[in-house]
Design a protein around this ligand. Structure first.
Ligand code: AOF
Ligand code: ZN
Length: 343
């Protein structure tokens, strides 16, 4: 059992190499091991590298065969894989069929695939072909790695992360009118970089109308590798100018005009196969989502600056951060506090 955990944790490491390239597919890793009386020999490793490209298992088997042209005694091998091998014809043929064809003796799986086209069928196909199958090694870790994929498959909505930066006295911006300068700078350069990493990790990014209008952000991933997120905004009154940066050609943009109901938006995003959305503001949109109760994580950066004074009414000072009761211990980065709260 201990060696199974070791190999599945290696699968998780390999899976992560696909992090910025496989969405909305899951990240998956596989390891082929020959167990001999003299110990284990790792014959090959592989991972799902790119959306639409081969899955982890065929990559692993191909690597093993290239490294061992003398041939592989598959019956004596165990294939470790972090997600159940698929049983369906998608963009690639079923991995379970390949495993059966090769005659692999034992398959050890981190967790079942929640995709209704698979959902246990991969395991059944292999068992019916006489393969010994073990399921549920480091299951929590395997699910956590693909929390976005599991959320879309099981809850039929994207995984939602709410994110904002606020001052020590609780403001996300100073008070400004339509044309009154640039937004208050709260995040440090390092934390901005981490925000771009988050953009690359999530398939979509969303801001409210006011933020799109006043900040005129591009919402791209320019400081981290990976794809730009799909941009989402609301515009009930059709006031966003066509030359807003959010409409640039760099990435697709979805604008909700008539129905800005949060449940409707989540349903619509799920129908578009979008497995995750990072909501970056403003305060009203974030508060609306917090009040709806449908979100998964809240990431808050608290700076060490204060912009108000006790004598001024808060609405004249700036835009108050969403009301959210924090329950975790923050990390300290650049003298700012970073809270990561799970809902
Ligand atoms: C595996 N190994 O490495 C991955 C799997 O469109 P396709 O053909 O790429 O299929 C995508 C689905 O296959 C995806 O929704 C998930 O259920 C499964 N992903 N399965 O055996 C892999 N990435
Ligand atoms: Zn597959």
């Amino acid at each position: 059992m201990e060696s199974a955990k070791l190999y599945i944790s290696r699968c998780l490491q390999l899976a992560r190499l696909g992090e910025y390239y496989v969405a909305p597919n899951p990240m998956v890793g596989a390891v082929l091991v020959h167990h001999t009386t003299n110990g284990d020999v790792i014959l090959g490793e592989g991972w799902h590298m790119q959306y639409g490209a081969p899955h982890a298992e065929p990559n692993c088997i191909r690597n093993a065969e290239e490294a061992h042209p003398e041939g592989i005694d598959y019956k004596q091998c165990t294939l470790y894989v972090s997600l159940e091998p698929c049983s369906h014809y998608g963009k690639t043929p079923p991995c379970a069929e390949l495993i059966i064809r090769k005659g692999i003796g034992h398959v050890v799986i981190g967790t079942l695939d929640p995709n209704p086209q698979v959902a246990g069928r991969g395991v059944r196909m292999m068992q019916e072909a006489g393969i010994e199958v073990t399921v549920g090694i480091l299951e929590a870790e395997c699910r956590a790695l693909n929390k976005r994929f599991f959320c879309l498959q099981e809850q039929h909505r994207p995984y939602v992360i709410l994110k904002w930066a606020e001052t020590a006295d609780g403001y996300i911006d100073k008070q400004r009118g339509a044309e009154l300068g640039s937004p208050l700078v709260i995040s440090t350069p390092l934390i901005k970089l981490l925000v771009h990493q988050q953009r690359a990790q999530n398939m979509a990014i969303m801001v409210g109308t006011r933020t799109a209008l006043l900040d005129n952000p591009r919402l791209l991933t320019t400081r981290w590798s990976g794809r730009h997120p799909i941009r989402i905004t609301l515009d009930r009154h059709g006031i966003l100018p066509a030359d807003s940066k959010i409409f640039s050609d760099d990435a697709p943009t979805i604008v909700y005009r008539d129905n800005t109901n949060w449940s409707f938006i989540l349903c619509d995003l799920a129908a578009r196969n979008i497995h995750s959305v990072l909501v970056e503001g403003g305060s009203m949109l974030l508060q609306h989502i917090i009040d709806s109760g449908i979100y998964d994580e809240v990431h808050i950066e608290v700076s060490d600056q204060s912009i108000g004074s006790s004598s001024e009414p808060s609405h004249l000072v700036g835009v108050k951060a969403p009301h959210y009761i924090r329950t975790t211990q923050p990390k300290r980065v650049d003298n700012h506090l970073l809270y990561i709260e799970k809902h």
